[in-house]
Design a protein around this ligand. Structure first.
Ligand code: SF4
Ligand code: SF4
Length: 748
């Protein structure tokens, strides 16, 4: 498109009170763009001014220097045929400082505002109109893996929204573990009475739904392709398919196989090809493969596996369903012994509530029934607190905090010894059965489960970060996995009750639909929902180093036969991690490129003759750090005026050439503000901030070889709630740079 620029500067919200507007306009003119000012650009009159220019002058590339791009998005949306770039001179300039006591404009604040105007102009000059990526053939059918409560609910909800669904269930019947549940938790006030298990009704609803196809005794052997065009091979449960990974064979074994001395375990297996004769095409996948009970046999003092009447909570539920509940039962919620105060692995609020439910079975089925619940932590969230309180009122149910030291058989009964109880006494209980609160282990632990034909392997990545749970971001993006188009719900996502699972599965079904419809429109799904851009590779200069394919957090890139990256745009979340990784700098987006950010860096004016005016470039992650900075401004916190802020999609998209650009422009320091990494990571693209930190260690070494202090570059972790801490974080870094003195390569 031939660009026709229109520049607009708002003087409202205090901007005109503290900044020299004429000087800002003149800065824009020097950068190549005339700017008009208005006292309230976001109001009807301000918008009309811009719309008039669009209609009469053919303006199609608009720069609005006003409030943060995070606000007034509808007001400054001029349609899909225009590019709009926002320069933040309110939250990050006008609201961080004021005029001098003398009433004069503060030249430090003014220079910051002028740099922000320059950067906005350059950004507009370097932005291209994005073209949506559209698939030739889009399939809207949804694959649901797992036919338990989660899978059945997801299928029904998707069907109700008008989507065709196929459920693949490994067992011969639908229903999963819930087939063995006797009762459900109460769902309405006063949260006292257990409710009938609804699983048979759910199965019947699915079986009579003409939009749902059910494949029982079946497994997903392989999923290739991408959202909107997943190609799925389904096989009979337990059979080996051409898509399975070949059995591992040692060199010695292979020699024997070749000589015919050993049978070949891979006989008949064909190599993986794109050919998929049994393939079905799907738009998105709901992963509802559930959980398995944790192994509790390692706790020898509890006797599981050795003493007949020591069972798990799952086993007890089945006994209860069959009407075989003994009169005296001890429910042990934590291992006790040396593991004092710890829970069983994968224990949670569900296992607490299950013990309460099962104690009620003991009372309901036996006139003199006695249930003993010995716990370290009792968790009953939300309204289930009322259920817990109701159970506490039952004289036949005895709850105590305590540590079980031994379970043994004595004369046909079981004796449970516990100490450190709430009453401060040791306890010895004679019971008929002991029930151990085995935790709920997601099926994604230690198993690929999903069997993707992706370059990065068949499973989700880095699941150890969240104990094997499949979410890609627990807090912000529930249901989303590290593979776009695959949405997890139920026990594979987190420990949940039946009732919670139904809510969860509804969410995952809606996400799957959202994904399909986003692909249909050629836009990204979360977190950059609606983004029309995707990475564009200039392959002529690709050295096939594979950094992009390896670092993509979402497995969006495969390799072609020659080893060149093979993009799958509908798998892509548009984080830019590949762009940050590429040493050849050949990966770019229409509105976010190596050249654009580099040019913005270079557009910042670096005084070469004033040691008071050092310049610090701060690359700010748009997800948490940028809103934290904005909120800091909204609270009118002051901010060091030597810093210049450039938003980036994710710190993973930081290409280290920008640091070199900054240092060679004479800037004195470079700071990266991104999300937390490590065990409790908050990075919205899973590991972008962690990758950036590693890259920064390398750049530090490079600076060292140039005679610059590596400490001139640093990374800090910021949560969105850190708005009151971020000014001090920046101030501390600026003071460190001041102590180091100016960049020696500056032209003093
Ligand atoms: S933008 Fe992010 S998700 Fe997309 S290919 Fe690059 S690294 Fe992968
Ligand atoms: S990082 Fe760049 S050079 Fe390396 S394989 Fe990817 S596109 Fe090619």
């Amino acid at each position: 498109m031939d660009k026709v620029y229109g520049g607009y500067l708002c003087t409202g919200c205090g901007i005109g009170d503290v900044l020299d507007i004429e000087a800002l306009k003149s800065t824009a003119s020097s950068a190549g763009m005339a700017m008009q000012d208005h006292p309230c650009l976001c109001g009807a009159e301000g918008r009309a001014l811009i719309e008039k220019d669009i209609a009469e002058k053919g303006v199609n590339t608009i720069v609005v220097c006003a409030c943060s791009p995070r606000v007034m998005q509808n007001e400054f949306n001029f349609g899909e045929n225009t590019i709009t770039v926002r320069g933040n001179i309110r939250e990050q300039v006008a609201w961080i400082g004021g005029r001098k006591e003398s009433g004069e404009v503060d030249d430090f604040l003014q220079e910051l505002g002028q740099d922000n105007v320059r950067m906005a102009v350059v950004r507009a000059q370097k932005t291209q109109m994005p073209e949506p990526y559209k698939l030739g053939t889009l399939n809207k059918r949804i694959l649901v893996m797992g036919g338990g409560i989660a899978g059945l609910t997801a299928a029904r909800e998707a069907s109700k929204a008008g989507y065709e669904v196929t459920i693949v269930e490994k067992d011969a019947v639908l229903g999963g573990k819930a087939n063995n549940w006797r009762k459900q938790f109460p769902t309405s006030y006063p949260y006292a009475a257990l409710e009938d298990n609804s699983i048979s009704k759910m199965i019947a609803a699915v079986q009579s739904d003409s939009r749902i196809t059910v494949l029982t005794s079946s497994e997903v052997a392989r999923i290739s392709g991408a959202p909107g065009e997943f190609n799925v091979t389904i096989k009979a449960t337990g059979t080996k398919s051409d898509w399975d990974a070949p059995a591992k064979v040692t060199v010695d074994e292979q020699e024997k196989i070749d000589k015919g001395e050993l049978p070949d375990p891979n006989a008949g297996l064909q190599k993986y090809t794109e050919k998929n004769p049994a393939g079905e095409s799907f738009g998105a996948v709901v992963l509802a493969t559930g959980w398995r009970p944790a192994d509790v046999s390692e706790y020898e003092h509890l006797g599981y596996g050795k003493i007949k009447n020591v069972v798990t909570n799952t086993e007890f539920e089945k006994l209860a369903k069959d009407g075989r509940v003994p009169g005296r039962v001890a429910f042990i919620q934590s291992p006790g012994g040396k593991e004092h105060d710890k829970d069983f692995p994968y224990c949670n609020s569900v296992t607490s509530m299950v013990a309460l439910k099962q104690a009620k079975y003991v009372r309901d089925d036996n006139a003199d029934g006695k249930a003993y619940i010995i716990y370290s932590h009792m968790r009953t969230p939300g309204n289930m607190e009322l259920f817990y309180k109701g159970i506490q009122q039952d004289d036949g149910i005895f709850l105590t905090k305590g540590s079980v030291t031994k379970v043994e058989e004595q004369g046909g009964a079981l004796v449970v010894q516990a100490e450190d109880t709430l009453l401060g006494e040791s306890l010895s209980l004679q019971v008929d059965m002991v029930v151990l609160a085995a935790g709920m282990v997601p099926t994604t632990v230690d198993e690929p489960t999903i069997n993707l034909a992706y370059r990065q392997g068949p499973a989700f990545m880095d699941l150890d970060l969240f104990d094997g749970y499949a979410d890609s971001h627990f807090i912000c993006f529930p249901y989303e996995t590290r593979r776009t188009g695959v949405y997890a719900c139920g026990g594979v996502r987190k420990a949940e009750t039946m009732e919670e699972t139904m809510d969860d599965a509804t969410g995952a079904a809606l996400k799957a639909i959202q994904c399909i419809e986003s692909v249909n429109r050629g836009v990204a799904v979360h977190p950059r929902s609606g983004d029309l851009t995707y990475p564009d590779f200039f392959f002529q200069r690709c050295t096939q180093c594979k950094r992009c394919t390896e670092e993509c957090p979402f497995g969006a890139l495969d390799d072609d036969a020659k080893g060149t990256p093979l993009p799958n745009p509908t798998r892509c979340r548009r984080c830019g991690t590949c762009m940050g990784a590429c040493p050849e700098r050949i990966i770019n987006f229409a509105d976010y490129s190596i050249d654009m950010i580099g040019s913005m860096v270079k557009s910042i004016e670096v005084p070469s003759d004033d040691e008071e005016k050092l310049r610090i470039i701060v690359f700010v992650c748009e997800n948490d750090a940028y809103p934290a900075l904005d909120m800091s401004g909204m609270h009118r916190n002051s901010l060091n005026k030597l810093a210049r802020f450039i938003p980036v999609r994710c710190l993973g998209s930081m290409n280290m050439v920008w640091i070199k650009d900054a240092m060679s422009s004479g800037m004195d320091g470079a700071l990266l503000l991104g999300c937390k990494w490590g065990d409790d990571y908050q990075c919205h693209f899973v590991k972008g901030s962690e990758i950036a930190n590693k890259r920064m260690e390398n750049i530090g070494e490079t600076l060292g070889t140039l005679g610059l202090e590596p400490e001139r570059c640093a990374v800090r972790q910021v949560a969105i709630s850190d708005y009151d801490k971020v000014p001090a974080m920046i101030e501390d870094f600026v003071q460190e740079i001041i102590a180091m003195g100016p960049n020696p390569f500056k032209g003093f």
